[in-house]
Ligand binder design. Structure first.
Ligand SMILES: *Cc1c(COP(=O)(O)O)cnc(C)c1O
Length: 422
């Protein structure tokens, strides 16, 4: 099962939206299906993937980690080497290229921690499109580095003040904008969820990861036992898994955020958690973390990208069928994995990707040495210093921030005036 059946993956998916969004969604579906059978579109996409994103990304043999763990050979797909530092650019570039082909001038996007906003802003800058990113006011305040990047790429960041002022509200606001401006605007959704055709479309643009991995593994004659990816909305995992879904092996393992434990509000385990329920939210049917009244529950994770109450419908369906195995990693296990791969491979995982790394550390020793497992490192960890440093080096980090603050308070104006030659 790769493509949806009229927008459905088993019982999940669909297009549960207000009447005003039907036409833009139908138009998008039609144009997407045309584009992916058009040779010139595919050539343009492949060229920009090569020269701008930097594909293909390497498949690294994690030699020292393999030796230390003493089991299956561990390989890492270095998706974090893609331009802007994570897999999200694959989807952003694909959708923006499609939007341009459809004659749209303006792109809107939602963002939580800001990663998808940054990718979309960069893609728009590359393709000469106007970009507005909806972001909850709470997130704007706590994710200033990403807000700065978006603005650097020329995007307008719109702080959303409704509801809980976080990702869910940003999605609602973006949908509202799209409904009012369907003719000149494309809504670039950031993960493999939302109403059809987004789950099919996002998977399509992310499956470049899996196609490369399949070729790279065949060239090296790897005997694959398992592929492991972290799972927020599900875009990096489904893209990584796609070419293998209809095959009997390898095992496909998706790792959710286990947060600080199994209690309600302590994690973002939509498939394996205590509050996992079927529901319809933000235009699609899937599994969510909901209370008894069907309201979204608060979630928690050290990794911003996995901290969401919903999961893509195709992932929910493949979890139900058993083709994808779901598990989770705790915040602490993910932090340990960041350290492990940084020290043993010289590779700094994003906190999200480190959830997949943590599962590999558990699994590899249980498998024979002639088998291989591949971790998708969906992003690199430079962006996470504000999360990792307070944990790993609390005192030094605090002193650094205080001294920075003093520097800014005392002589920032003089400093800037000198640079500007005033
Ligand atoms: C956003 C993000 C994720 C989670 O999103 P998916 O759609 O599940 O892939 C994972 N890793 C990184 C680095 C991210 O930025």
């Amino acid at each position: 099962m790769t493509n949806s059946d009229k927008g459905f993956f088993d019982i999940y998916g669909g297009k549960y939206v207000a009447e005003v969004l039907r036409r833009p969604l139908d138009e998008l579906e039609e144009e997407f299906n045309k584009a992916i059978t058009d040779k010139s579109f595919l050539e343009e996409l492949s060229l920009i993937q090569r020269d701008y994103i930097g594909r293909e990304t390497p498949l690294l043999f994690a030699e020292r980690s393999t030796k230390i763990l003493g089991g299956a050979q561990i390989y890492i797909k270095l998706e974090g080497l893609a331009n802007t530092g994570a897999h999200k650019i694959n989807n952003a570039i694909g959708q923006c290229l499609l939007a341009k082909r459809m004659g749209k001038k303006r792109i809107i996007a939602e963002t939580g921690a800001g990663q998808h906003g940054v990718a979309t802003a960069a893609a728009c800058a590359k393709l000469g499109l106007e970009c507005t990113v909806y972001m909850g006011e709470v997130d704007v305040r706590r994710q200033q580095p990403n807000v700065s990047s978006m603005e650097m790429y020329g995007a307008k960041v719109h702080a959303v003040t409704s509801g809980s002022r976080t990702l869910k509200d940003a999605v609602n606001e973006a949908m509202r904008d799209w409904a009012s401006n369907p003719d000149d605007t494309h809504y670039c959704l950031g993960s493999a969820l939302g109403p059809a055709p987004f789950p099919d479309m996002v998977r399509y643009f992310q499956s470049v990861i899996g196609r490369e991995v399949k070729k790279q593994a065949e060239e090296r004659k790897l005997d694959l036992a398992a592929l492991i990816a972290c799972c927020g909305g599900g875009s990096n995992s489904i893209g990584f898994f796609t070419p293998f879904i209809d095959l009997p092996s390898p095992r496909l393992i998706a790792v959710e955020a286990g947060g600080i434990g199994p209690g309600i509000g302590e994690n973002a385990s939509r498939m394996t958690g205590n509050a996992s329920r079927e529901g319809i939210l933000q235009g699609y049917k899937s599994r969510f973390l909901l209370d008894e009244d069907g309201q979204a529950l608060p979630t928690r994770s050290i990794s911003a990208g996995l901290d969401y109450c919903g999961i893509g419908p195709q992932l929910a369906a493949l979890g139900k069928s058993g083709r994808i195995e779901f598990t989770s990693a705790l915040d602490k296990e993910a932090l340990d994995a960041v350290k492990f791969f940084a020290r043993n491979e010289g590779v700094l995982f994003a906190m999200e990707s480190a959830h997949a790394g943590a599962e590999a550390i558990k699994l590899a020793p249980k498998l024979p040495k002639d088998k291989a497992i591949i971790i998708n490192m969906s992003g690199r960890g430079d962006k996470d210093i504000f999360i990792t440093c307070p944990v790993f080096r609390p005192q030094e980090w605090k002193e650094f921030l205080i001294s920075e603050l003093e520097r800014l308070n005392e002589n920032l104006d003089i400093h800037n005036a000198k640079i500007m030659g005033e």
